[in-house]
Design a protein around this ligand. Structure first.
Ligand code: 3H9
Length: 697
């Protein structure tokens, strides 16, 4: 059933019923139109109420339909809204919980709107790289005023219904109904049943006292803030039309902008990311309704930067945390850093004093494992060395209550080995946070060979609660993200050997849209980390080729910002990366020693060699089942590694280039004698998909 129809005491009630969020897909639109017709034809019906079943009034147009003929099939959303607006009997929208996008546009086409307090009201289309395309840019400014509407349309952020209802002179909500919404809506419909003419938002005026200056300012601000996304500026243009053009002309403008934005690569990438994020939360062989364990208290081992950041996630979500350290001094230092972080948020106005106090009150500390026993989840964030982890997990195994989840924050070590240090490997899981752990969205959830399904599902749901994007990874060296970055770093080293400078590589990659190029990133994270991994690799895989440039840098003690010098020079106390003559000399000498004549390498080649390194390793990771799907890899790179959102992640980017083209480029790179032919051997999955003309998605 996509929408139900019933008559309650002379009021027809049409209930959208298209789970999970009553998306306005074809069947639902058709059912609403049929309901309207029935209600108009029934002389006993005085007025009509439209509402939504379940957990939403409506989440908007059905995004899954986009690009298919169904999205345009009549009644499309525009014609449905026109049909509602032109109905001969009053139509009341009864809004609750979620009213977004096309859902809000449908409500704006109704003659009246009543709402429950706490409902999330939004036009979030901009987050999908489009603008509201069913009258939202024309009707919302008429209902709540130009500035409030533009803020909502450009940000896409939800606003609580009771706040919107407080806007002076607003015409969005006719009544806020505390208590039973349907009872209130039917009572309201009875009150207005005889009112004529029927009010229409389209007849209101959208005015701004200083329109030209305001829209000029808004356009400049939006351009600066969203320079890689075309939609926000089009939103400003469309709302300006609402103030200057006739309603029908404004609608035409909106429709054209909507159609133009829909086909942009940016919108495609954002829609890909929307579905990728939701897909990542699903584990193919673990049912979503798997009963989960109750997590009421969390223990964190280690009060260092990572342990402190991890703890803050839980404190922010109202979950008590106990931190364990070996020495009181280390505990004091860790707590002081957490305090400092919260105080900085209070100073910036991002956190209220009382909330800060509430969070700190949830935090306790201990020097003794014996005091951790009542925690439901313990996360270890200690030194990345297997013997240290062994000690920690043996201690935890001895004290944690039965059923407690034992998690490791390891980024490289074998989780199955760690699990084997306990007598309960089914309760052991990896929770790989990214630094700063209280800020970064990504949480790689590492599933060991023996991790129990309910442990996995508990951590996935908990991850959502602490506002992380969770991606499941199987056990392998580096898991998803770091395993791929290793190939990217190897290739970056080859580029230096062939003639690039670190700044040239960083600039090209940053122009492509990465938050930071590989060398600035190395300086920030510490070049010694990669050095330690390479030393391990030289023993494990002696035939694998690495550029020696990064080792030479580390031998000079240039570990990055923490030592005041790395690939770049730094002025003490500052983070600005200054090109280093010493490093460029070092690279020149190294090339000479290898007999390489440096060549000029284009930005295009730099970017493609680096991004395709990620893609090729990503394909291996999918094929090996380490990641469940290619879009999981995109989520890892979008939320943990600064990959440009408007390109949708490395695998999506490869799809847009075309996998055949990617493989052709790789074959060309393989022929370069200064590169490494073995490096460019296409992963079997990539080769197969390219040959079959398919994509990762
Ligand atoms: C639009 O309206 C265009 C118009 O202006 C013009 C048209 C001409 N369609 O997020 P969750 C699915 S554009 C289809 O985990 P939550 C989602 O894929 C639309 N499906 O739940 C997932 O499915 P699955 C403007 C949708 O409770 C499931 O719902 N609207 C849609 O945390 C649960 O999702 C938006 O951009 C949809 N519109 O949050 C709203 N929305 O289980 C986007 C959700 O199969 N949606 N699904 O993976 C949201 O912001 C959140 O989903 C919402 C619920 C707040 C609604």
């Amino acid at each position: 059933m996509s929408a139900s129809y019933e008559v309650r005491g002379g009021i027809a009630v049409i209930t959208l019923n298209n789970p999970p969020v009553n998306g306005l897909g074809y069947d639902t639109r058709k059912a609403v139109a049929e309901g309207l017709e029935k209600a108009e034809d029934d002389a006993a019906v005085k007025a009509i109420v439209i509402t939504g079943a379940g957990k939403a009034f409506s989440g908007g147009a059905d995004i899954k339909e986009f690009g298919s003929p169904k999205a345009l099939a009549e009644p499309n959303l525009l014609s449905l809204i026109a049909r509602v607006e032109g109905a001969s009997k009053p139509v009341v929208a009864a809004i609750h919980t979620v009213c977004m996008g096309g859902g809000l546009e449908l409500a704006l086409g109704c003659h009246y709107r009543v709402v429950s307090p706490g409902a999330q009201i939004a036009l979030p289309e901009v987050k999908l790289g489009i603008l509201p395309g069913a009258g939202g840019t024309q009707r919302l400014p008429r209902a709540i005023g130009v500035e409030a509407a533009l803020n909502m349309i450009v940000s896409g952020e939800p606003v609580k219904s009771e706040l919107l209802a407080q806007i002076p002179g607003q015409k969005l909500f006719d009544r806020v109904i505390e208590g039973d919404l349907m009872q209130g809506a039917i009572a309201f419909a009875n009150e207005i049943a005889a009112a004529r003419p029927l009010p229409m938002v389209r007849d209101l005026k959208a005015k701004h006292h200083d329109g030209d200056a305001y829209f000029g300012f808004a356009r400049n601000t939006v351009k600066a803030m969203a320079k890689n996304f075309p939609a926000p500026v089009r939103c400003v243009d469309a709302v300006e039309q609402a103030t200057k053009a006739k309603f029908d002309d404004g609608m035409k403008h909106e429709r054209e902008a909507f159609a133009a934005l829909m086909i942009t690569p940016e919108s495609k990438a954002l829609r890909h990311a929307f579905f990728a994020e939701r897909a990542a939360s699903k584990v193919p062989d673990v049912p979503e309704d798997t009963p989960i364990r109750d997590i009421r208290k969390v223990a964190v081992i280690g009060a260092g930067t990572m342990g402190g950041g991890i703890s803050m996630n839980f404190l922010n979500a109202g979950i008590p945390v106990v931190i364990l350290e070996m020495k009181q001094e280390a505990l004091d230092k860790g707590i002081a850093i957490i305090r400092k972080n919260y105080e900085a948020q209070v100073k910036k106005g991002k956190l209220k004093e009382d909330k800060y106090a509430e969070r700190m009150a949830l935090l306790s500390t201990t020097l003794s494992y014996a005091e951790l026993g009542d925690a439901d989840l313990v996360i270890e964030a200690v030194f990345e060395e297997i013997s240290v982890k062994q000690k920690v997990f043996e201690s935890l195994d001895a004290v944690m209550k039965p059923g407690a989840i034992l998690a490791s924050n390891t980024s490289t070590l074998d989780l199955d080995k760690i699990a084997a240090f306990t007598k309960r490997p089914q309760d052991v899981i990896g929770m790989h946070f990214f630094s700063p752990a209280n800020v970064m969205k990504l949480l790689e959830v590492v599933r060991g060979a023996k991790t129990a399904p309910d442990v996995l599902m508990t951590v996935m749901k908990l991850g959502k609660k602490i506002k992380k994007t969770c991606v499941v990874s199987g056990v392998c060296d580096g898991f998803i993200g770091n395993r791929m970055i290793e190939q990217y770093s190897r290739q970056a080293g080859f580029l230096l050997e062939e003639g690039c400078t670190p700044q040239q590589v960083d600039k090209a990659v940053e122009k492509f849209g990465f938050a930071m190029g590989p060398f600035r990133m190395g300086d920030l994270a510490g070049n010694d980390i990669g050095w330690a991994i390479r030393k391990r690799r030289y023993v494990e895989k002696p035939n694998l080729r690495y550029s020696k440039t990064a080792d030479l840098l580390c031998e000079l003690g240039r570990y990055g910002q923490k030592t005041g010098a790395g690939w770049y020079d730094y002025v003490p106390g500052k983070r600005d990366a200054i090109p280093s003559e010493l490093v460029n000399d070092m690279l020149g000498k190294h090339r000479a020693a290898l007999g390489i004549t440096p060549r000029k390498i284009s930005d295009d080649e730099i970017v493609h060699r680096l991004v395709y390194s990620l893609v090729n390793e990503g394909a291996r990771i999918v094929e090996e089942g380490i990641a469940s799907r290619a879009s999981d890899i995109d989520m890892v790179y979008l939320t943990g590694y600064g990959f440009p959102l408007w390109r949708g992640g490395p695998m999506n980017y490869a799809d847009t280039v075309g996998l055949w083209n990617v493989v052709q480029a790789m074959k060309k790179f393989a022929k370069n004698p200064a590169d490494d032919a073995g490096f460019w051997q296409p992963a079997p999955l990539l080769a197969r998909l390219a040959a079959e003309g398919k994509s990762f998605s």
